[in-house]
Write a protein that binds this ligand. Sequence first.
Ligand code: CTP
Length: 153
Amino acid sequence: MTRTVITYGTFDMFHIGHLNLLRRLSELGDRLVVAVSTDEFNAGKGKRTLIPFEQRAEIVRNIRYVDEVIPESSWDQKVVDVQRYQVNTFAMGDDWAGEFDFLSAYCEVVYLPRTEGVSTTELKRSLSRFCNVSREDILRAFDVIEQLRKDFG
Ligand code: CTP
């Protein structure tokens, strides 16, 4: 019998933590369904994504561990999804530990440890720091590179 696993997430600025999670989820069963949150659903949570839904969904759909992508457009679709896709295991990263235990009435509920040291929030912070480097700092960096080139080049 096919064992189906389902997970939910935004997967904005797809990173190694996402890939590790999807690989480990795929090892829990035979078929992995990923519900990718829509831009409208995120907006309702006050969350703005950098990458639009269609692109996030397309990236996740093309990860080899993923069999099917569906949209996540509301908090309360999970019970319906679990039944519709005949889900055996609902799984999320452990930043959600305990939040979805009510689904254990319908299927197994699992929380997997997150990959340390990477998150979309952190990537967004790095990006904004990167973009805020002043013109003077960039010119100073060029001077340092030029000096190093003269000294060691
Ligand atoms: N995830 C993970 N390890 C990470 C980051 C995310 O296992 N380092 C998991 C989350 O626990 C979740 C899924 O990946 O089950 C999708 O997470 P998402 O919220 O899209 O990614 P984050 O990087 O956590 O994004 P944010 O910082 O916006 O919360």
